[in-house]
Design a protein. Structure first.
Length: 303
């Protein structure tokens, strides 16, 4: 369960309140505020706070005194220009604070993004809930035979059932032992900071994560990508939807230049030029390695 009824009541109460402000607000983002968007089986993302909007980006780029009187079309053009030319600091003027509930093995990938502010739920201070990520049947994939860092076909039949049984059984058993060690009933009870080491990496943790838009786009570029592990990608996808409602002009530029765009090496660009001239180019005469050629073919959809 992503949120308990008591937690949902707190969220509902927070959403009933409003405060007058002279600061920029975005209707699309106000609609998201505090609401938990479910991700995976027990996880969520929810916006706790945000600062800035599309206009804050152009305002900083122009170093304006007020909100500026430029039309949306001018703002869209300027934001696209900034994105295209890697003029990134104006995007840092917007910030978002998220509350994220996620499995520990996903958190380990996420925390590698160092340019954010994080405060995690303390399992030294508090007892973790009995909540584990158990993949849905369609996510129970075999090891990929072509990519060491990826997955292949979905497991089926007895093998899928056996794997699920192991995952569920191990999670339950480990949590039972965690509770057994913590229990002070007739014994001293092991410290929480020690008992937690028995928990598997699919147990859920939570944190507040605050990041500026430039670094959020960097995170999304890497984690909403097809090469990212599915279990972190679904969080990135959920955040993408929120960002599209928050800063639609900036998100649209990001989608165009970063998410949907590709970077071509000088060798690849030379191949494109030769192809445009009608020359027959293949891996052997491209100057690229087999791996580079495969990715190049994929990028420009040669096949
Ligand atoms: C598909 C995929 C596979 C991966 N596989 C592995 C793996 O096998 N093993 C592994 O260890 N990691 C792996 N990673 C993690 C990856 O190497 C990065 O650590 C992670 O993506 C965070 O990126 P970042 O450092 O650019 O982000 P951030 O930490 O947010 O940094 C943003 C930018 O700030 C600058 N920066 C921040 N801190 C420093 C610093 N201390 N020194 C210099 N510059 C800094 C850099 O320019 C950096 O790009 C993988 C990531 C992806 C997306």
């Amino acid at each position: 369960m992503p949120v308990t009824p008591a937690q949902q009541a707190e969220i509902d109460e927070a959403r009933r309140q409003s405060h007058p402000t002279m600061r920029a607000t975005v209707p699309g983002m106000e609609a998201h505020l505090f609401t938990a968007h479910p991700v995976l089986d027990h996880g969520f993302i929810r916006v706790v706070d945000y600062m800035g909007d599309d206009a804050a980006i152009t305002q900083a780029a122009r170093v304006s005194y007020g909100r500026g009187t430029k039309q949306v079309t001018n703002d869209a053009g300027l934001i696209r220009y900034l994105m295209r030319h890697w003029h990134s600091t104006p995007f840092e003027m917007c910030e978002v604070k998220l509350h994220v509930k996620l499995p520990v093995f996903v958190a380990r990938q996420w925390i590698r993004h160092r340019t954010a502010n994080v405060n995690e739920y303390s399992a030294r201070y508090s007892i973790l809930d009995r909540e584990f990520y158990i993949p849905a049947p369609e996510a129970l994939a075999a090891q990929s035979t072509v990519n060491n860092q990826g997955r292949g076909d979905v497991l089926a039949g007895d093998e899928a059932a056996r794997v699920l049984e192991i995952l569920k059984g191990d999670s339950t058993r480990c949590y039972d032992h965690y509770q057994e060690m913590l229990s002070a009933d007739g014994q001293a009870g092991l410290a929480r900071e020690l008992a937690r080491m028995n928990l598997p990496a699919n147990v859920y943790t939570q944190w507040y994560w605050k990041v500026d838009l430039h670094n959020l786009f960097h995170f999304l570029r890497l984690r909403a990508d097809a090469h990212a592990q599915m279990e972190i990608r679904v969080y990135a996808d959920a955040i993408c939807q929120v960002v599209a409602d928050w800063v639609p002009l900036a998100y649209s530029a990001f989608e165009d230049y970063r998410l949907g765009g590709v970077t071509l090496s000088s060798k690849a660009m030379e191949c494109v030029r030769r192809m445009v001239k009608g020359e027959s180019v293949d891996q052997a005469n491209s100057g690229m390695s087999a791996g580079e050629w495969r990715e190049f073919e994929g990028a420009i959809e040669l096949n």
